[in-house]
Write a protein that binds this ligand. Structure first.
Ligand code: G4P
Length: 529
């Protein structure tokens, strides 16, 4: 049985990520959420658009240039009686493995939709990913200060395209210049909007009750009448909020507002705190680990280099699944079977790095990594466990990478292997020659790798085309058969960054033939760490 003090810590934690299509407003919402968390005095420093205030979560030159967040970061802040962890997911259009793995480390997601546009591509893709684990989803319909699409139609679109039931929690009154606020269906109150107050936490102007004559005074007879009519329709046509369906990922509570105007974000946060689950149990190769266990366990879902140019180190992000981290404690790294003393884990309160004294299940801690930690590594207090479900994806794009200055082959190899460990890219070294082949899931990864090789490893590299179109990790329990396969298929075999054997095929036909010829060999599209 967990102690009361531990359960208290557990129960107040909420760990979530935001999923959205680029430009829907993820960065803006993050700013406002932090404003509510008192994490930032004045929101507006997450992504310093057009100013010198650079994002605390975007540190690479490239990100600044492109205004995208290639990397993931973590922010912790208090809200109401909860302690919230927000994990930032990369916002660019490429599907990224980092994004996927980040979504394995949260217990809920906020889906942000541009209400003028509706459901967009990347949202669809990300929702598919959250479906794999039935992650509970909250929805924020953003940009109500602009002309938006019919709200009822938006809900319909979410329901049919994303196959999730919608339960509106608030309902908008007008939009664009006529945006007056929202009616909170559960609280039976109207919250009035005032424009131009986006940088502050506004004093709430609330009108209790839908039949309150004050409503007419505040928003005019026309809009008041329209609201009452619409609500009747909405109540009949949409779903009521149901906690169980939400937790099963089958129903999403929907909030309306404007992130830029900092309106409605707090309603969403209230919902998050009230309904999103506390830190959840997680599967390992041996057993399910309950978050109520007071012994520490956690897994690494992300490794990131040089988060702060002043600290040239690499940080492994570890999601705590159970128990408590305490400064100076010894943790057992199960992959290599060794104890490591963790004296200087980091937390990311308000985007700043601070040494943590303690952290609990649901929190993320940053471990300094000098090359011994890999994505997917499990840490415990001694039990030999391995958390499952943190995969690598077979890349779909390949290029040979070559140095401009051939003297730096060693640095190039080291840089690539470290970037591969981080999950920034995958690297393959054919058995039969000295090529270095870079494999990626999205095009952007190639540019990131060259930029980082230059800035972090001081090597100047360029790409050349290579005749590889797909890769598979190969497995076989029978050592003899594997050796035979190694001999026969040598020209198509390579080692990845972690020395795992991979088949790299010039064409899909070649791959099918190899699979036919070697029925005892398993060819895998994903590799679990
Ligand atoms: P992202 O992280 O999802 O890519 O979106 P981001 O928050 O950067 O928002 C994309 C654009 O949409 C930004 O405009 C932002 O100001 C705007 N935006 C976000 N929320 C709202 C909202 O509620 N209402 C309106 N009208 N706009 C919103 P931008 O022109 O790209 O940047 P900026 O130059 O205005 O800062």
């Amino acid at each position: 049985m967990a102690s009361k003090a531990y359960l208290e810590q557990l129960n107040k934690r909420r760990t979530f990520a935001i999923i959205s299509h680029p430009d829907a407003g993820k960065t803006t919402i993050t700013e406002k959420v932090l404003l509510f968390g008192n994490a930032l005095q004045k929101a507006g420093t997450v992504k310093g658009r057009g100013s010198n205030q650079h994002a605390k979560s975007d540190w690479m030159e490239m990100e600044k240039e492109r205004g995208i967040s290639v990397t993931t970061s973590v922010m912790q802040f208090p809200y109401s009686n909860a302690l919230v962890n927000l994990l930032d997911t990369p916002g660019h259009e490429d599907f990224s493995e980092d994004t996927y793995r980040t979504l394995t480390a949260v217990d809920a997601c906020l889906m942000v939709i541009d209400a003028a546009k509706g459901v967009e591509d990347r949202t669809r893709k990300l929702m598919e990913v959250t479906r794999l684990r039935d992650t509970p989803i909250l929805t924020f319909m953003n940009k109500l200060d602009r002309d938006i699409r019919d709200p009822m139609e938006l809900l319909d679109e979410v329901e049919t395209e994303l196959n999730i039931a919608c339960a509106p929690i608030t309902w908008p009154i007008g939009c664009g210049k006529e945006f007056k606020g929202v009616y909170h269906i559960q609280r039976d109150e109207t919250i009035l909007y005032r424009s131009g107050m986006g940088h502050t936490i506004q004093e709430k102007r609330v009108i209790k009750g839908l039949d309150n004559p004050e409503l007419e005074k505040a928003i005019g007879e026309g809009l008041a009448g329209q609201l009452r009519e619409e609500l009747e329709l909405v109540m009949g046509a949409s779903h009521e909020f149901e906690q169980e369906a939400f937790l099963a990922g089958q129903l999403t509570p929907v909030f309306f507002g404007t992130a830029l105007g900092n309106f409605g974000v707090d309603h969403m946060l209230d919902g998050l705190v009230a309904w999103a689950p506390r830190p959840q149990n997680r599967e390992t190769d041996e057993r399910e680990v309950s978050a109520e266990e007071e012994k520490f366990s956690g897994f690494v879902f992300k490794i990131q280099a040089n988060m702060d140019p002043k600290h040239r180190d690499r940080i492994a992000f570890c999601r705590i699944v159970s128990g408590k981290y305490q400064k100076g404690m010894k943790l057992f790294q199960t992959r290599i079977g060794k104890d490591v003393r963790i004296s200087d884990a980091l937390t990311f309160m308000a985007g700043d790095r601070e040494a943590v004294e303690e952290a609990y299940a649901g929190d993320i801690i940053g471990l300094h990594n000098h090359g011994s930690i890999q994505i997917g590594d499990t840490f415990t207090e001694g039990e030999k466990l391995k958390f499952s479900g943190i995969p690598n994806f077979a890349p779909e794009l390949f290029k040979r990478i070559r140095l401009r200055d051939p003297m730096k082959q060693k640095q190039l190899q080291k840089g690539l292997i470290q970037l591969a460990e981080e999950g920034a890219v995958q690297v393959f070294r054919p058995l039969v020659n000295n090529d270095l082949i870079v494999g990626a899931v999205g095009v952007l990864q190639f540019d990131v790798v060259v930029a980082r090789l230059k800035s972090e490893y001081n090597v100047d590299a360029i790409y050349e085309p290579v005749n590889v179109s797909t890769a598979r990790w190969v497995y076989c329990e029978d050592g003899k058969k594997l050796d035979e396969f190694r001999r026969k298929a040598e020209v198509n075999l390579a080692l990845d960054g972690g020395d795992n054997l991979t088949y790299i095929a010039p064409t899909m036909v070649n791959l099918s033939l190899a699979q036919e010829r070697h029925p005892d060999i398993r060819f895998h599209k994903t590799r679990e760490h």
